[in-house]
Write a protein of this length. Structure first.
Length: 187
């Protein structure tokens, strides 16, 4: 995904990594990377890790910018790692403007099991394919025109008509919309 406000000069992507806590391979738990170029047609650039995964933060899968400096990342850790670490998938916020100072992502979503996935985990009938999995994160103002290409303009998740969704598969396969609590303070 291109970082908004960089004129398509910064591209962020995930390397999913291993989904087994016993892995001892270097870099086994994935990462979020940044590719910087002078422009979208440049033939050279700089590649660097923004966040390197560990057992608690791995399976980085899908990403979307909440703002120009805040990247949302969701994980697909897999059933084996869910059991090993006694935790299901999460969604994280990474401050890409201060990535050197904030290498550990901040959790904004801790997924639980819905009824179908719980039944599958307890009785294993095999038709739900295991635990729920966070499969996507999307922030958009709904602009379907050329100017609405993700990365073309600054994102403003949850304000000014911008909306935020995350999806899950396995279990009940729900798409969730994230919204602000209207009674909470937003300083």
């Amino acid at each position: 995904m291109f970082r908004p406000g960089t004129r398509f000069g910064e591209f962020y992507f995930t390397e999913t990594g291993d989904t087994n806590a016993l892995s001892d391979l270097p870099g086994a738990f994935g990462a979020v990377f940044r590719l910087r170029q002078s422009g979208p047609s440049a033939t050279r650039g700089w590649l660097s890790p923004v966040t390197v995964g560990d057992v608690e933060h791995t399976g980085f899968d899908n990403i979307s910018f909440a703002t120009s400096g805040q990247l949302l990342v969701v994980e697909d850790a897999g059933d084996t790692l869910h059991q090993q670490r006694n935790a299901l998938d999460s969604g994280y916020l990474i401050d890409v403007e201060n990535a050197r100072k904030s290498r550990t992502p901040v959790r904004w979503l801790a997924e639980g099991r819905d009824a179908s996935a719980t039944y599958d985990a307890l009785f294993s009938p095999g038709y739900n394919d295991g635990d729920n999995e966070v499969t996507g994160i999307h922030v958009s103002d709904g602009d379907a025109g050329v100017g609405g290409i993700l990365g073309a303009k600054p994102a403003h998740a949850l304000t000014g008509g911008w909306r935020m969704f995350w999806t899950q598969q396995h279990g009940d396969n729900v798409t969730w919309e994230v919204s602000r609590n209207p009674s909470a303070s937003h300083d």
